[in-house]
Design a protein around this ligand. Structure first.
Ligand code: MG
Length: 185
């Protein structure tokens, strides 16, 4: 078993849709970022990568990389999941918290869970999305933060010796990116 933690925070930027957990949350403002700025998926991708002992999301997909400008962040989670699977590991469960004073996320938690579950091939019951406000403290309504923790288990039938073999590319390869993109279409 392995465990990983991820955290991310993005500032509001008025001109974009608000993407959280792979869904669009109706709100007057979106988040600033090189990709679609889905802060929750970024935290989950980093938790997966951390648990796998892989380079973090910023190393795999450096900010400013032309290949991921405006990208659907589901592809980052898919790429992280591929790294996990290559090690003979499978995701057991994911627990995440989104921290934002606005918008109110309660009505969207179930859809976020389903979206993340679909992305990771997990039942909704293995995915938790909690929503917290800061009661007016940080981040003072300036953006949205997210935390995620994941548990990885040995994939059924996998050979543990597959773990850690081969050179880990610090940056996502074009092949990896293409494959992840295909899977989110
Ligand atoms: Mg981010």
């Amino acid at each position: 078993m392995r465990i990983g933690i991820g955290y991310d925070i993005h500032r509001f930027n008025g001109r974009r849709p608000l993407k959280l957990g792979g869904i669009t949350v109706p709100f007057g403002r979106g988040l600033a970022g090189h990709s679609d700025a889905d802060v929750l998926l970024h935290a989950i991708a980093d938790a997966l990568l951390g648990a796998a002992g892989a380079p973090d999301l910023g190393e795999l997909f450096p900010p400013g990389d032309a290949r991921t400008r405006g990208a659907d962040s589901r592809l980052f989670v898919r790429a992280a999941l591929s790294r996990v699977r290559r090690l003979g590991l499978a995701v057991g469960n994911v627990d995440a918290t989104v921290i934002a004073d606005a918008p109110k996320l309660g009505p969207y938690k179930a859809r976020m869970r389903r979206s993340i579950g679909r992305l990771l091939g997990l039942a909704d019951s293995a995915v938790s999305v909690k929503a917290k406000t800061t009661e007016g403290f940080e981040p003072k309504g300036l953006g949205v933060a997210a935390q995620a923790i994941v548990l990885l288990e040995s994939a059924r039938g996998s050979r543990p010796e597959a773990r850690g073999k081969g050179r880990a590319h610090p940056r996502a390869t074009s092949h990896e990116l293409r494959a992840a993109r295909k899977r989110v279409r």
